[in-house]
Design a protein around this ligand. Sequence first.
Ligand SMILES: [Zn+2]
Length: 383
Amino acid sequence: MLRMWQFIRFRRDSCTDSSRPCYYGCYNARAVTVKQPNDAAPAMPLRQQVFHPLPPRSTLRYAASRDMSHTLILFDPDLAKHDPGPEHPESPWRWGSLGPALRALPPGIELRVPTRLVRAEDLFLVHSWGYVARILELRGKSGALDHETVLSAGSVDAALSAVGAAIEAVDEVIVGKARNAFAIVRPPGHHAGHDRAGGYCIFNNAAIAMAFALSRGMRRVLVLDIDAHRGDGTQEIFAARNDVLVASIHQIGLFPAEPDPAGVSEHINFALPPGSDDRAFIEALDGALCRADGFEPEFIVVSAGFDGHEDDPMSDLAITTNGYAQAVARIREFAEEHCHGRLVLILEGGYDGAALAACVAASISVLTAKTANDDVQPPEGER
Ligand SMILES: [Zn+2]
């Protein structure tokens, strides 16, 4: 039985066009009615379903021999089909802004469209059966999961492809086909919890990738979430696990609220005040890596959000492109010391086109450099 539910989307004071929805959390209330999917189980047992939402395509480009010394970049232009609306910050233009960065890659990189099939069981690694069923019923439909997680007809397929890319990147690194990898995906994932969407996120790409790494024999996995917003979904999913350590470095006071310290005590949170620069960011990262040292991870995933960039409109942090490059360099160094360099970056936020493209390009350069610190300037104060 279809049920109807309603939510109120607020408009920002600065918004002047009342004919369009706004996603920033402000006034001029606008009611949107969405059909909730049928609660009944799908006809085919969900556990047997396999999704290949986008047809396989030929490789975009090869710039390296296929040996384990190369960096793998997974990028799917069709993820632009997730279109939550022209005023939504997480919009397809983010993909357009990455084009120049991906056309000018340094040598030693394999750039390709991900092709891995996504199984329903991959989603069950971290999400509930009911949530997965609810999302899959929305394939090809428009709607909204909450006041800011908005779906277009291509959104669920894009979310499935993002999961596939994250798993493919982890798999290639585990089996030694790539030294390290960067899954450049959208929608982001780190706010999606076990049984819920949130903060533009549908499936938790990083959490699924980590759970996949555990299923492939990795005994301890580390998630470093450097997005400006706390990775609440990832922390919630792994709250009761002692084989996963989640460290989040984010701005205090942004979405979502800070956790009850007793609630996620196993995880590490560094909440930076507004205005924090490269030096504060790197100090927090060093603190997280110091805490992770005794954890002895066998695999590292970075929830690579770049919305703490000084030019990004979604935070008040002042991290530069070089600050992010420095962070990726330190994480790569840590991975090489602790887990044979097994490192996968998965894109989260980043809402200024030029800053996002620069941070992605800088991260790729660090991943593929001969040594982690080639061409990376130390932060102010360490020079
Ligand atoms: Zn963010």
